[in-house]
Design a protein. Structure first.
Length: 220
């Protein structure tokens, strides 16, 4: 296990709702789901319960399809009362409640309509990993357990939420490449461990031989 600061993206099919309240037009959803096995193509992945316990949620933006070129439709800044998006972590993962401006933001208006019609059915999030654990790392299809998420920088309503092996290529070649890179890095780190341990053992053996030589030399 090793700290990682690279950002990754994950998507889930979930219930996303468009609601109207006294505060205005609201989008609710669950971008992060615990204990759900997700097929990323090269490997399966599970976000373990409690992975958000120490997560940095200082500044989280709400986007559409991770489009960084567009303005966010909502934002949570330290999750304070002035934020246009509120985050809550429970035993099942993380929920969002986003108050979006459909009058002055055409993207927000389009998102609200698509969600209300049921055309948007999933959410995604961009995050870093602090701690993970792999099972059957050298097999054809290992499993990664995410134990601790370091930070979440944005959540998105997404058109194609499922990271299934049958659909990931059609949706995003980059997502598949990123997943493969995560797996390759983990395997490289795993293979490097025996070498490092072997080098340490060689050094220890050499030191013992030197000490033995000194002792034998002193007995002559």
């Amino acid at each position: 296990m090793k700290n990682r600061k690279e950002l990754e993206q994950r998507s889930f099919v979930c219930e996303v709702r468009a609601e109207e309240s006294d505060a205005g037009k609201i989008i609710t959803g669950r971008p992060i789901v615990y204990d759900s096995m997700t097929n990323l193509g090269p490997f399966d992945e599970v976000i373990e319960r409690g992975a958000l316990t120490m997560t940095d949620l200082t500044d989280v933006r709400f986007l559409i399809n991770h489009d960084l070129s567009k303005l966010p439709v909502a934002r949570s800044r330290r999750n304070n009362g002035n934020s246009t998006m509120q985050l809550s972590v429970d035993e099942f993962g993380m929920n969002i409640v986003a108050n979006i401006d459909t009058e002055n933001n055409s993207d927000a208006r389009t998102l609200y309509s698509a969600t209300q019609r049921g055309d948007v059915s999933g959410m995604s999030f961009m995050f870093s990993v602090n701690e993970d654990r792999w099972e059957n790392l050298e097999s054809d299809h290992p499993t990664r357990h995410i134990l601790s998420i370091g930070s979440v920088v944005e959540v998105s309503a997404v058109t194609f939420p499922a990271y299934n092996a049958t659909t990931i290529n059609a949706r995003s070649d980059k997502a598949l490449e990123n997943a493969q890179l995560v797996l390759d890095n983990a395997r490289n780190q795993q293979r490097a461990k025996p070498l490092e341990n072997g080098e340490d053992e060689s050094k220890n053996t050499l030191e013992l031989l030197k000490e033995k030589t000194k002792i034998l030399g002193g007995l002559k």
